[in-house]
Design a protein around this ligand. Structure first.
Ligand code: ADP
Length: 245
């Protein structure tokens, strides 16, 4: 499925947990068919932003829109049906099932038949060039394969938007480069708008057309690779974080 539809955008989003603001007045837009990056030191608010964009966290103030439609009050399952899918830092697979069944369960949950769901799951694994994973038990999958299956499961929703929460965590450089290729294909071949959240800044800069940088809940910079690389504010944010660590 190729998507040419509306953008997913957050405008002036603030999220307060009691007196603490995890996000302050953050605006960002994810357009179809492109990979966007979201980076920032630990605690910057990246996961909170993903939660807001995917219906796991309601913004305290501000709006989330799909095109002109306000979707800030939709829950995660409703947003998935609108085409907004995500992966999680930990795999969250059903460990008693094999990979094919893990994916098929998602299709069945969407109301498709068991057979159609399995066909779609196999088609996705094939497209990802990992058909051999279908029969593997989900328990005990190598880390990188677990990540791939997480992405495959999100693709079962044929998402217009896919938000990836640190998909390269724990991967070697080669594995991360493979993953970067897959992420690029998701945007270019499927037309999906991708938001990539990563600690691996190099990976983000290598694969994204537009990067957003959060620090302490605020958007401190946005732009293309050159702009982010040249930004003193970005360097200060990471340097400051290193000093504290
Ligand atoms: P990042 O993903 O950039 O590391 P997070 O979005 O996970 O940052 O967290 C941003 C800040 O908000 C952190 O200080 C974190 O402790 C805090 N935070 C996140 N979720 C909650 C919550 N449910 N309740 C209270 N504080 C939270």
């Amino acid at each position: 499925r190729v998507h040419n539809g509306p953008s997913l955008s957050a405008t002036g989003v603030t999220v307060a947990f009691g007196g603490f603001k995890a996000l302050t007045d953050v605006s960002l837009t994810i357009t179809p068919g492109a990979v966007h990056g979201l980076i920032g030191p630990n605690g910057a608010g990246k996961t909170t932003m993903v939660n807001v964009l995917t219906g796991f966290q309601a913004p305290t103030t501000g709006t989330v829109k799909l095109g002109e439609r306000n979707i800030g009050n939709l829950a995660a399952h409703a947003l998935r049906r609108e085409g907004v899918a995500r992966t999680f830092q930990a795999g969250r697979l059903f460990t008693g099932l094999d990979v094919l069944d893990n994916l098929a369960v998602t299709g069945v949950g969407l109301g498709h038949s068991r057979h159609a769901s399995e066909v779609e799951a196999l088609r996705i694994l094939d497209w990802m060039e990992v058909p051999h994973l279908a029969e593997k038990p989900a328990a005990g999958l190598p880390y990188t394969d677990e990540r791939r299956v997480g992405i495959a499961r999100a693709l079962m929703f044929a998402p217009a938007f896919l938000l990836l929460d640190e998909p390269a965590a724990g991967m070697s450089e080669t594995e991360a480069a493979d993953l970067a290729g897959l992420i690029r294909r998701v945007a270019e071949e499927l037309g999906t708008g991708v938001l990539l959240i990563e600690h691996n800044v190099e990976l983000v800069l290598s694969v994204t057309s537009h990067v957003y940088v959060l620090d302490a809940g605020q958007l401190i910079e946005e732009g293309n690779r050159a702009a982010i690389t040249a930004s003193q504010r970005v360097r200060d944010a990471y340097f400051g974080a290193d000093q504290e660590a």
